[in-house]
Design a protein around this ligand. Sequence first.
Ligand SMILES: NC(=O)c1ccc[n+]([C@@H]2O[C@H](COP(=O)([O-])OP(=O)(O)OC[C@H]3O[C@@H](n4cnc5c(N)ncnc54)[C@H](O)[C@@H]3O)[C@@H](O)[C@H]2O)c1
Length: 390
Amino acid sequence: MTGPLRIGLIGVGQRGLNHISALTKLQQDEIVQITALADPYPENLADSKIKGAVSAYSSSGIAMFDSADGLIESGLVDAIWFVIPPNQHRGEIERAAMREIAIFAEKPQSLFLDDIISQDAAITKAGIASTVGFQMRHDRGYTDIHNYLQGKWVAAMTMIAETSVENHGVKHTRTEEQGGPANRVWTANRAWSGTSIVEAGIHQTDIMRYWSDDEVEWVRATYTDRPAELHDTEGDNPIAYTVTYGMKKGSVANLLFTKPARSYYSGRFDYIIHTHGTIKLEDDFVDYRFDGEWPPEERPTVDEVRHVISAGPHNTAMGAESTEGIAEAFATSIIEDKPENRLNSFNTSINSLASVLAANVSNDLDGEKIVIDEFINDDKYAQYRKNPNR
Ligand SMILES: NC(=O)c1ccc[n+]([C@@H]2O[C@H](COP(=O)([O-])OP(=O)(O)OC[C@H]3O[C@@H](n4cnc5c(N)ncnc54)[C@H](O)[C@@H]3O)[C@@H](O)[C@H]2O)c1
């Protein structure tokens, strides 16, 4: 097709504004044209609010809708960015797919696997382009790691993500009107976020799949619950998560995720072990690997085994650059009919989402090993897949 691609965006909240910023830049390059926005709350569609976050934004030529379905049925869009909280989906993705509208779905696409399977079936049946908002796959440094590991066997990966309750943003959904948190910090609330592993740790889960070019085969998880008396002030999500994934090609991946309150701390630690090397994410991304005849007569120095695989500085892989990268890749993949520009699809992303949802189930079942294929298909997990509200 000829560009620009006509884009509608549903959910003009914290993340929606990030996407409008990225799309506004792509609009200047005539790759896309934002033609429609939808949000149930008028203040979220107001020029003043959007311009406050995206100075280059103009509402000229954009139709505003107070419901997702109004936008879906408008005939004004070729692709829709779905950017609503994961517990708010009510079949909108399926209805957009039936109209053959391409779909960019923010993660998590729902908190219930039955919904995700239904969304995927509609997308697959319609044969439309789709992607899920794992923007870290479009980060230069992480892509260098992915490319470097092609043809190597990964034995183990660990990501430790230390963050705190205070790092949650105040969101734009009026949760207080729907029995949700009074302070609009829905990411701290289990019924809205599905736990921090589902809402946030899904990114680390997905990037470990991308680095190793692998799928999660099974998961075991143990969480530390936040004491009940703190739920009113700090949210009811756990304080700490220990999640272990068995990958299909044999490696083991660890995701440790922490969310205490009052620490105001964020930090991280990562390693990737392959057969003959240790990858570390320093200012540069580095592989410690001895290339000579082994064993050498003298122990090599650290500098002799240190190989830069991606030169820094590295910006945050979650940030604006990769958000623009995933938007551009998705839009150009449709305009130029190059599906290879998309680094995932709705269907291939199910493994990441099923894995974090299965981590919750493993924790509920005292650390039981949950095989992802069984979690998706077997009757014994049917109760955990079902959305009680649908
Ligand atoms: N990829 C990332 O790095 C990233 C970062 C932040 C959030 N997210 C994801 O983006 C999604 C949205 O999160 P957020 O932080 O923007 O939340 P938010 O509450 O700030 O914004 C959501 C917006 O959607 C609107 N909305 C709610 N239900 C709707 C419906 N049925 N139809 C139309 N609009 C509706 C709300 O009014 C609000 O403006 C979530 O799935 C979240 O996990 C992804």
